[in-house]
Design a protein around this ligand. Structure first.
Ligand code: NAP
Ligand code: ZN
Length: 351
């Protein structure tokens, strides 16, 4: 059975989106077809559509923050049923056999996980992401959305949620932890909500004070405008963990200085430029500078349960498919509060 879908398509790097019907790979025995309702706009979509990370596959249908309902399942699928509310994140397949897959870290699959878009399935066919009305996914990569989280608010959990949940858990954030979150965007606002729910005292580092009230509403205890070097210096050595979510190059050393001796700066932001770090800044106080790549499927399910238990969803602006180009500009400007989510029922095929 071949599966077609109306989709938002970028035909070349940075091109405006157009709409047309595209074909997915055929439904395999372990595959699930999802009728998508909402797709979040992650800054990674923009990096890839604009080819900021190197050569990409076009035409491209971005979108790896997907929420919808199951439309069809392959013959061998037993764990999800037609009609289930589900989410899909950054991956749609992996080898399932290597040490990382068997440990639940499919994002580090030694064969290479199949990314939801701008990737190729193991059959060589380019994958198509969530800015569409339908997607085909290996069943292991489909996560149930708990009752109580709306699909629009759940979609961004599939990337922004797990990408911030994973390092907060790995580095032991809990009651008594002091956490700094740099950049209040899609990832940043989830980092604040999750760290607060884990019991941490959270400070937001944002370029200006424009988002100070929002930071407080999200549960943050403090807000610092990074345009003031003196305000940053005053908090030197105060934080157990600083999470950098900024999509653009930053003076990473300014944020390393915020970390306590033996603490950790976790970088999840992915600008294409290098960071520069003086070794003494890490060595002198035995700090860790770490990276973190999304999260595996077991951790994604754990994050969804944590969000349901704590009443957490993303703060979203639902947009019409016709507004996606304008939304990209607003994301880059840091103007979205705090994740734009496309209502994919608004994708209209011309003629
Ligand atoms: P976003 O919604 O655009 O948020 C980024 C925030 O960074 C903005 O809201 C803004 O916060 C700040 N910022 C933007 N431009 C800046 C600049 N020139 N200087 C300083 N601060 C700036 O992006 P996102 O979707 O959260 O993604 C953030 C980054 O994480 C991207 O690079 C994305 O590719 C990456 N990412 C990584 C992973 C992973 O697995 N590691 C997963 C998903 C995304 P303020 O307005 O508060 O300053
Ligand atoms: Zn993402």
């Amino acid at each position: 059975m071949s599966i077609s879908t109306p989709a938002l398509v970028a035909d070349s790097p940075g091109a405006p989106f157009t709409t047309r019907v595209l074909e997915h790979r055929d439904l395999g025995p372990a595959d699930v077809v999802i009728d998508i309702e909402y797709a979040g706009i992650c800054h990674s979509d923009i990096h890839q559509v604009r080819q900021e990370w190197g050569p990409a596959i076009f035409p491209m249908v971005p979108g790896h923050e997907i929420a919808g309902t199951v439309a069809a399942v392959g013959a061998d699928v037993t764990d999800v049923q037609v009609g289930d509310r589900v989410g899909v994140g950054c991956m749609v397949d992996s080898c399932g056999e290597c040490e990382f897959c068997t440990d639940g870290f499919e994002q580090h699959c030694t064969r290479g996980a199949v990314m939801t878009y701008n990737g190729r399935g193991y059959d060589g066919v380019p994958t198509l992401g969530g800015y569409a009305q339908r997607v085909v996914v290996a069943d292991r990569f489909v996560c149930a959305i708990p009752d109580g989280i709306s699909l629009a608010e759940a979609a961004p959990l599939m990337c922004a949620g797990v990408t911030t949940y994973s390092p907060l858990r790995r580095w032991g954030v809990g009651p008594g932890s002091k956490v700094g979150v740099v950049g209040l965007g899609g990832l940043g606002h989830m980092g604040v909500k999750l760290a607060v729910a884990m019991g941490a005292e959270v400070t937001v580092f944002s370029r200006t004070s424009d988002k100070a009230d929002d930071a407080q509403r999200l549960g943050a205890h403090g807000h610092v405008a990074t345009s003031s070097p003196a305000a940053l210096r005053a908090l030197s050595g105060q934080f157990d963990l600083v999470l950098n979510t900024v999509s653009a190059p930053v003076d990473i050393q300014a944020y390393l200085r915020l970390v306590k001796a033996r603490g950790v700066l976790v970088n999840v932001g992915l600008p294409p430029e290098n960071y520069s770090v003086r070794p003494g800044l890490l060595v002198g106080t035995s700090k860790v500078m770490a990276g973190s790549n999304i999260g595996g499927i077991p951790e994604t399910r754990e994050m969804l349960a944590f969000c349901a238990a704590n009443g957490i969803g993303a703060q979203v602006e639902v947009i019409d498919a016709a507004d996606v180009d304008a939304a990209y500009e607003r994301v880059v400007a840091g103007d979205v509060h705090y994740r734009a989510v496309i209502d994919v029922s608004t994708i209209r095929i011309p003629g």
